[in-house]
Design a binder for this molecule. Sequence first.
Ligand SMILES: CC(C)(COP(=O)(O)OP(=O)(O)OC[C@H]1O[C@@H](n2cnc3c(N)ncnc32)[C@H](O)[C@@H]1OP(=O)(O)O)[C@@H](O)C(=O)NCCC(=O)NCCS
Length: 180
Amino acid sequence: MATEIHPLTVELIPALAAHFGRHRNESGVNDIHFMPFLPDDPQGPRGASVDCAFLPLDKCGWQRWFCAQDMSTGNIVGHVDLKSDPLQSSMHWCQLGIGIEGAYRGQGLGERLMSRAIDFARHHEELEWIELRVFANNTPAVSLYQKLGFKTVGVLRDRFRLRGQSIDDIVMVLSIGKTV
Ligand SMILES: CC(C)(COP(=O)(O)OP(=O)(O)OC[C@H]1O[C@@H](n2cnc3c(N)ncnc32)[C@H](O)[C@@H]1OP(=O)(O)O)[C@@H](O)C(=O)NCCC(=O)NCCS
């Protein structure tokens, strides 16, 4: 399946929202969760914010999204996002999220999307750290992050409980520091 990675544009927002809807419904299938929400939970996830996705990087709340598009259907089938910290004092950090629809996993797309986001951050000197959270039992994601150099800095035990399942949350960081 030929996929191309594009930065989010206004035109791609409906396709990204459709992808997000499909993707969130896959979390929790067979009790393998990768989001801290059940599929019908009105609390989230929130997806891309049109107000934030195009803010400059010196404005708190900025987001950047990269979309993997299946060129045979036009559908967005994967995404990676970077989000700024809400505090001005922490604008050298950003948080990363990623998700690929089931049929498109295991073909190198996760690594391509991650590399695109890391490259973006490396090319913006104001950014020095990328942080992410990952459920401890999400072996594919933990392996991907380790492969790309993320280090575990802590484990939040019993951080979520979904359908009675206790989930540990791993905190990982990648230094892209120009000063550290
Ligand atoms: C985690 C995820 C992004 C990986 O994307 P992917 O396209 O399937 O991964 P890739 O094919 O690019 O594989 C890259 C690396 O990831 C790791 N990986 C991928 N699938 C794996 C699996 N089933 N088991 C173990 N490691 C795996 C490996 O390190 C792999 O490198 P290798 O091929 O040299 O072994 C994808 O599985 C996904 O979207 N899962 C559901 C959503 C999710 O978990 N998001 C992250 C929440 S923190």
